[in-house]
Design a protein. Structure first.
Length: 255
């Protein structure tokens, strides 16, 4: 799709074009051939039904991607598994230097989301980069933190980005429960050092794929605070061209 210029907010320059364009190509789920699998697969939860993260981890980590849910990043008219249209940027904009704000030592290794004493997300984290097609796609059974140059780790100033699959073939995946979060719920990212950084959810919303690419509240890499964004698919939207038509985005501020 054609990408219109992003607006700068509060006098700040727009985020690096290539990084933003790549994030828009997050390949989170593809299940077209399964159709409405939640209505036909015996024992599989419907979207919006709570599934314990321990059960999600088991289901996701013990099976290989199916032909309909495998990661496919070809951006052709005939095949695509990205949840939001992406295009290769030709911008030569230099990414900003990494944030100087101290984050815990090492890399983030785990993310949890709790709501009223119930755990919605409990997933391992791994560094995730754009591939040759400018697609960001963590493996099934784990979440990814966007680790390209210029984007902060969770806990550094700016908007750090976490992505994860909503399902894996006919089974829930690590961000299955993410659309169930409520305002005030807690997100915790744990680092390899054992230290934790916490956020409070301030917004949770379905978003169309025409709106997400232009939303500076998501791709806010130069926010003066260490904010967090979590992105997955919206499984209540129709399947089109091998992926869900909608995204689900969660915004969180420091706890």
């Amino acid at each position: 799709m054609a990408r219109t210029p992003r607006r700068a907010q509060h006098g700040r320059e727009p985020a690096p074009t290539r990084a933003v364009a790549g994030l828009l190509g997050i390949a989170l789920v593809s299940a077209a051939a399964l159709g409405a699998w939640w209505l036909t697969s015996e024992g599989t939860a419907a979207p919006g039904t709570y599934v314990a993260p321990s059960e999600i981890a088991t289901a996701s980590s013990t099976s290989e991607p199916s032909a309909t849910s495998s990661r496919t990043s070809r951006r052709s008219s005939s095949s695509s598994s990205s949840t939001t249209p992406a295009h290769r940027s030709t911008s030569t904009t230099t990414p900003p230097a990494p944030s100087a704000t101290a984050a815990p030592a090492g890399d983030p290794t785990r993310v949890t989301v709790t709501s009223g004493g119930r755990t919605l997300v409990d997933a391992s984290l791994q560094a995730t980069y754009l591939d040759a097609d400018d697609v960001l796609a963590p493996p099934f059974g784990t979440a990814g933190w966007y680790a390209e140059s210029g984007w902060p780790k969770p806990g550094q100033t700016g908007a750090s980005i976490l992505v994860g699959h909503i399902n894996h073939g006919s089974e829930p995946d690590v961000f299955w429960n993410l659309p169930q979060v409520k305002i005030g719920d807690r997100v915790t990212v744990t680092y390899g050092s054992g230290r934790e950084v916490a956020w409070r959810i301030t917004r949770s919303s379905a978003a169309s794929k025409t709106e997400v690419p232009q939303d500076d509240t998501i791709w806010d890499h130069d926010n003066p605070r260490p904010v967090l964004r979590l992105i997955t698919c919206d499984p209540t939207t129709p399947l089109q061209g091998g992926h869900y038509e909608g995204n689900w985005v969660v915004w969180a501020d420091p706890a």
